[in-house]
Design a protein around this ligand. Structure first.
Ligand SMILES: Nc1ncnc2c1ncn2[C@@H]1O[C@H](COP(=O)(O)OP(=O)(O)OP(=O)(O)O)[C@@H](O)[C@H]1O
Length: 260
């Protein structure tokens, strides 16, 4: 796909981020077209999570611009970027572990719900209607992730694989246009990983999503992504289809360097 062939949802231009003397990202430019499923790979410390942190407002870029849906979001607060349509999951799962599975998803809906604090505080009829609607919507999402049967379970009681799935369910509840998944299959066994990848491909279509996926498992990224960006030591060293990336000498060198 060329950049002009499809509407661009995310456009990153020469984004850099330094931490003290360390340049974690160096003038990275990339785009993601609406509806694409894009992989982001690179050796340890390449800057993948830092890029996610810039895209979701954890840190502002030191220089450069980030455009989401034709709007500049670089340096916005995380909740604002979330409202603009970008939701993420984390490398280390971040659930409300003492809340139930259902509550974890409902919280994300509440952050986007229309009923006001005023109606909630006064417990007006509109509040209860809104609450019922949110419970129903949360249950619908949990069903997709096969977690409805465990909706009353405290999140920390779920298996590791299910906690990862719940985190994705929660991100979806925010109604994102762009879903950023940071190693969603980390710690899963091969069967869980395969199921998760099928699910990601399915939700992409069902929810009309654009997805950026960080993943270490190369065969998994190659199998599911339309295009792949490769970072190494903070710089973008390649961009292409899975087969182009597989045979790219710079990519092979970066990964061999890691093993050495
Ligand atoms: N908040 C921070 N303060 C200082 N240095 C940081 C910070 N965040 C990231 N870095 C550094 O920036 C570089 C890139 O880190 P980052 O976590 O983005 O890499 P990564 O590609 O996600 O790595 P991994 O695959 O190991 O998760 C590393 O050298 C890291 O130590």
């Amino acid at each position: 796909m060329t950049q002009s062939a499809k509407a661009v949802l995310l456009d990153v231009k020469e984004a850099s981020r330094s931490f003290g003397g360390l340049k974690a990202l160096s003038e990275v430019s990339l785009y993601i077209g609406k509806g694409e499923l894009i992989g982001l790979i690179g050796p340890n410390g390449a800057g993948k999570t830092t890029l996610f942190n810039l895209l979701t407002g954890v840190y502002p870029p030191s220089t450069g611009s980030i455009i989401l849906n034709n709007e500049s979001i670089g340096g916005m607060k995380p909740y604002k970027i979330n409202h603009k349509g970008a939701a993420r999951t984390f490398q280390n799962i971040r659930l409300f572990t003492s809340m139930t599975v259902l509550e974890n998803v409902k919280i994300a809906f509440h952050q986007h719900a229309r009923h006001s604090l005023f109606t909630s505080m006064l417990r007006l009829p509109k509040h209860f209607k809104g609450e019922d609607e949110i419970t129903q919507k949360a249950m619908d999402i949990l069903k997709i992730f096969n977690l409805a049967g465990q909706c009353g379970e405290v999140a920390s009681n779920l298996s590791y694989g299910n906690q990862r799935r719940l985190e994705i369910a929660r991100a979806l509840a925010a109604g994102p246009k762009l879903l950023l998944l940071d190693e969603p299959a980390a710690g899963m066994n091969p069967n869980e990983t395969r199921d998760l990848m099928n699910l990601i491909a399915w939700i992409r279509k069902e929810f009309d999503l654009t997805i950026l996926l960080i993943e270490h498992d190369m065969s998994l990224v190659m199998g599911v992504c339309d295009r792949i960006y490769v970072l190494d030591r903070g710089m973008l060293i390649a961009n292409g289809t899975p087969s182009e990336i597989r045979s790219n000498p710079k990519v092979i060198e970066a990964y061999l360097g890691q093993e050495a």
